[in-house]
Design a protein around this ligand. Structure first.
Ligand code: BDP
Length: 601
């Protein structure tokens, strides 16, 4: 599946705006065929957006179940004879789509795209009714998991992850026109032909909807000059382009070539043309080091969230630009898409900005040992046939494949994270995860694969890290343990990190930090104050600097974000270096000082 795009042979029409919207409080919409007519009792709703924070009543905000969206769409009259696709960039957490009365596609997973060929159900120049039934319920068969419990107050959705279960159509919806004989998928792997890295290599594999024909590949530099070209039969396998005097893709230097993939018919006529941005780089694990283009890198940055006031998890280009401006200001060269795949526009931007990305699946909260009143219900066994078992693993495996399929060509994406803080100290965890690492490596043999380890599975007890190419650790010394005691925290952390460092793999600190109420100042510093967050980070950095195997530091979190209600959270999670409206806390200046040292401001 290629993204909708405008090219010499392709067109797209954006369907964002205000749609009709209705919650299916009685769970009757499918039986009553709500898709077969204009939605009764509909209210207006923005697409894209999370619906939750646009409303004023908590029943709607907290609703879980079927959520119906509908609008009419006119097919451009020039599209006769084309294949016509409906493409949704995300529907959280699953959806079914109808064109008029016809069901055209269902999809599981809230953060990755899907589409349907609707050519047989629409007419160029005419209107059709587009209905999307989104479902936001979490269960032991979904990634992330959750459970519905019957309580005296009614049925409640519980889950074990620390961010609000925003739902809706979070990213753009498109109608697009593509040729019948077309390019269906492109895979690009880049490298260098020589040790001096003066000649780049771009290996391109193309899949098409038809059989036969030739593929012409044209690589152009940003000025539009052709730097490499090749033509090969579609069936030939990967085709190598050699890029003389290559400008490698690097940190802060998001140099991108444009790859045009042209599908040619019998007589050499152009059947399809699509474009892809390509950054030429290598990324690998070498002992305890991470090498970008053969040079060691130290990652600085954050675990982030797609989370904003009012719009929730909506992707918004303006808000994205502000986030990237702040990343640059503070000297971050990387981030993790905690805890789900972000909008592909964010990866485009990371490509162009030269920012490294740890790309994470939505597998978060696979840990019933965590919670203690923060995340909800307790009393479940994490891995068991009744809870997270073989069926869940199938869903998890599919989301890994889908993530790789979408993001494999982004130069910014350098590491796959297949889960955040799952239970990992048990036999059940070992059995669950072993095959998932194989799934990831089969889908992408070129990038390191890891998962993020939780403090409950310290060195010597974790049974999953053995499968990973690198160690990724979330640690809360000085916050959840040794609270307020930074000297004790430092001793304990030095001891544990020293052990991990001895395993011969690179160690990345993917989370560390402290909740901090903006504007709360205390001398001497105590937990929740801006001073404490600053001192806690300072202590961590001192320790990191003493351990060679630590190849990166991603503070938790970039900004404050919304969570479920609970006695551990004051208006959400407050561990941000920035507030939720993206203004710096005191700690942001400390980070900036550390991460921009030696840089021209
Ligand atoms: C870790 C999680 C993250 C939480 C964070 C915290 O990975 O999602 O928000 O800790 O407690 O457990 O702030």
């Amino acid at each position: 599946m290629l993204r909708p795009q405008d090219s010499a042979t392709r067109e797209r029409k954006n369907l964002d705006g205000v749609w009709d919207f209705r919650l299916d409080t009685g769970a009757v919409g499918r039986d009553e065929r709500w898709f077969a007519a204009p939605l009764d009792d509909a209210r207006p709703m923005a697409v894209p957006a999370s619906f939750n924070d646009l409303v004023t009543d908590s029943k709607t905000r907290e609703f879980f179940g079927d959520i119906w969206y509908q609008r009419t769409v006119r097919v451009p009259r020039g599209w006769a004879g084309e294949r016509i696709l409906v493409h949704l960039e995300s529907a959280t957490h699953r959806a079914t789509v109808w064109v008029d009365d016809v069901e055209v596609v269902s999809h599981e997973g809230g953060y990755l795209p899907f589409e349907a060929d609707v050519t047989d159900h629409v007419t160029a120049g005419s209107e059709f009714r587009l209905t999307v039934c989104v479902n936001n319920t979490l269960s032991f068969r979904s990634i992330p998991p959750g459970v519905i419990e019957d309580t005296p107050a009614g049925r409640t959705q519980l889950y074990w992850h620390d961010f609000f279960n925003y739902a809706g159509l979070h990213r753009s919806v498109w109608l697009s026109a593509v040729p019948a004989d077309r390019v269906d998928d492109v895979t690009v792997v880049t490298g260098f032909a020589d040790d001096a890295r003066t000649t780049g290599t771009v290996d391109v594999t193309v899949a098409t909807t038809g059989d036969g024909g030739d593929v012409e590949l044209v690589l152009r530099d940003p000025a539009g000059r052709t730097t490499a070209m090749a033509t090969a039969p579609v069936t030939a396998g990967p085709t190598r382009l050699e890029v003389p005097d290559v400008h490698p893709w690097g940190i802060g230097d998001g140099y991108l070539y444009d790859l045009e993939v042209r599908l040619l018919g019998e007589g050499g006529d152009l059947l399809d043309s699509s474009h892809l941005k390509v950054g030429v780089r290598t990324f690998e694990v070498d002992g305890t080091r991470l090498l970008l283009n053969g040079e060691p890198v130290h990652l600085t940055g954050f675990g982030m969230h797609e989370d904003h006031v009012t719009v929730g998890k909506k992707h918004d280009p303006a808000l994205m630009i502000r986030d990237f401006e702040l990343l640059r200001w503070i000297g971050a060269n990387s981030f993790r898409t905690s805890h789900y795949p972000y909008s592909e526009d964010v990866l485009d931007h990371a490509d162009a900005a030269g920012v490294l990305v740890i790309d994470e699946t939505p597998a978060v909260g696979l840990n019933m040992g965590l919670g203690g009143g923060i995340f909800g219900g307790q009393g479940y066994t994490t891995f068991s046939p009744e809870t997270i078992g073989d069926e869940t693993r199938e869903v998890h495996a599919q989301v890994i494949r889908d993530l790789v399929a979408r993001d494999k060509n982004h130069p910014s994406v350098v590491i796959w994270s297949i889960a955040n803080e799952p239970e990992s100290e048990t036999q059940g965890a070992e059995d669950y995860f072993r095959p998932l690492f194989d799934v990831a490596r089969e889908a992408d043999p070129t990038r390191p694969v890891g998962f993020v380890n939780v403090m409950l599975a310290p060195h010597g007890q974790c049974r999953v890290t053995q499968f990973a190419d690198l160690v990724m650790l979330n640690r809360y010394y000085g916050w959840y343990v040794h609270t307020g005691d930074l000297a004790g925290a430092e001793r304990a952390m030095r001891e544990e990190l020293g052990l991990w460092a001895g395993d011969g793999k690179p160690v990345l600190m993917t989370e560390y930090g402290a909740d901090t109420y903006p504007g709360l100042h205390q001398l001497p510093a105590r937990p929740w104050s801006e001073e404490y967050q600053t001192e806690l980070l300072d202590m961590h950095h001192r320790v990191f600097d003493d351990i060679d195997a630590i190849v990166g530091e991603q503070m938790w979190n970039f900004a404050d974000f919304a969570t479920t209600s609970g006695i551990m959270r004051v208006g959400g999670n407050k561990k941000g270096a920035f507030t939720r409206d993206r203004e710096p806390k005191a700690v942001a200046h400390l980070l900036r000082h550390r991460w921009t040292a030696g840089r021209d401001q």
